[in-house]
Write a protein that binds this ligand. Structure first.
Ligand code: FMN
Ligand code: 7N5
Length: 374
């Protein structure tokens, strides 16, 4: 069988199943199933999968749900205010789009679709280095809030150049992803012998051998000194993504990071790694006074978002839910996911007596304790 064309659907367009019926709430499981039907099997597995035994992947959502909400009553809550500022960038929602690679494989519009969908939801989008459009092309597609995520490429010169271009193209922060010194062992991809479609455009991969593009090794590993260096090159605040320890967070901030992003890379790198929901309190305790802290991994409901905010995150980011949104509905699909979760968040906050995301008290959550299900 030949390699499927990007965007080629396994099911005929217009073919309806009972699961396609519009529900009056966001059903991410159903959306994932629709994406599974639409995408070539190994592409779905690349997006959905995790590393090794997928323990971190399997536990990510459960870890957010190991916290319980403590609602406040009689607070006279009217409209809930979801607006906030992330490193000075105003956003309508604290739910942003995490960087994810090769979006042209999910939908022909690729990153441009995600950018338009995020902008319509007033959400911040983080554009990956491993993109099928250049940073300038994504910038031209939308005036929504954007950050650029940088990977260490084979060519240091090209990496530096991308950092500079992100600053020139109006991105508001540079996100250094530091949890991929080499690629995690993703058994689904190893089993399917996954390779990117030959005709997929790797927009940031120059002819001189640039992007990591699923390759495990690149020369000249980054150190803490690179944080200030990339800040100077791009003239942007630097966010360090992939931090799971308080001591590392302190070193990042001492080295000049404006924010740290707690992440297991969606369970795709170290496995079993500590869940973001369990690492977040330690990182907030270590640097929360001096830097912004964000979190991602397994956020699938408004209450998961609220839990992260209560634990000290200023924002959360979504990976796979946006993949499924783009794959099934292009930019409108992305907006649907972001709006749906924002609506759930606002609803849960109102129920909990909380008027604004900028000030969610820590005592909004407690550990669940032991609950015996009968
Ligand atoms: C298919 C896929 C591709 C990804 N590509 C990148 C990437 O290019 N850069 C990056 O920093 N993180 C990447 N990530 C990690 C995400 O930014 C994010 O940390 C993770 O997806 C969050 O978990 P969630 O998918 O459970 O929401 C990727 C994740 C997925 C699922
Ligand atoms: C070099 C890997 C880029 C994509 C990525 O980050 C992922 O698949 O998780």
């Amino acid at each position: 069988m030949g390699r499927p064309v990007p965007g080629q659907r396994r099911r005929a367009v217009g073919e309806e199943t009972p699961e396609d019926r519009e529900l009056p709430f966001l059903d991410l499981d159903a959306l994932e199933e629709q994406a599974r039907d639409l995408l070539p099997g190994e592409v779905f597995d690349y997006y959905a999968g995790g590393a090794e035994t997928e323990t971190t992947l399997a536990e990510a959502t459960a870890a957010w749900r190991s916290w319980r909400l403590r609602p406040r009553v009689l607070r006279g809550i009217g409209a809930v205010d979801l607006r906030t500022e992330l490193l000075g960038t105003p956003v309508r929602t604290p739910i942003g789009v995490a960087p994810w690679a090769y979006q042209g494989m999910a939908h022909p519009d690729g990153e441009l679709g995600t950018a338009r969908g995020a902008a319509a939801a007033g959400a911040l989008m983080t554009v990956s280095t491993s993109a099928t459009h250049t940073p300038e092309e994504v910038a031209a597609a939308t005036d929504g809030p954007r950050w650029f995520q940088l990977y260490r490429l084979h060519s240091a010169r090209h990496t530096d150049d991308l950092a500079r271009r992100a600053g020139d193209a109006g991105y508001r922060a540079l996100v250094l992803t530091v949890d991929l010194p080499l690629l995690g062992r993703r058994r689904r991809d190893l089993r399917s012998d996954f390779a990117l479609p030959a005709d997929l455009r790797l927009a940031n991969s120059p002819a001189d051998g640039g992007a990591p593009e699923l390759q495990p090794h690149a020369p000249a590993p980054w150190t803490f000194d690179d944080i200030a260096r990339f800040g100077d090159l791009s003239r942007l605040p630097v966010v360090v993504k992939g931090v799971l320890r308080g001591d590392d967070a302190v070193r990042c901030v001492e080295a000049g990071a404006a924010a740290v992003w707690v992440s297991t890379h969606g369970g795709r790198q170290v496995d079993p790694a500590v869940a973001s929901a369990h690492a977040l309190p330690e990182v907030v305790a270590a640097v929360g006074e001096d830097a912004e802290v964000y979190a991602d991994g397994g956020i699938r409901s408004g209450s998961d978002v609220l839990t992260a905010l209560a634990l000290g995150a200023s924002a959360v980011f979504l990976g796979r839910p946006v993949v499924w949104g783009l794959a099934t509905g292009g930019d409108a699909g992305v907006t649907g996911v972001l709006d749906g979760l924002a609506e759930e968040l606002a609803h849960t906050m109102a129920l909990c007596g909380l008027p604004e995301v900028r000030s969610v008290p820590r005592d909004t959550v407690v550990p669940a304790g032991v609950i015996r299900r009968t």
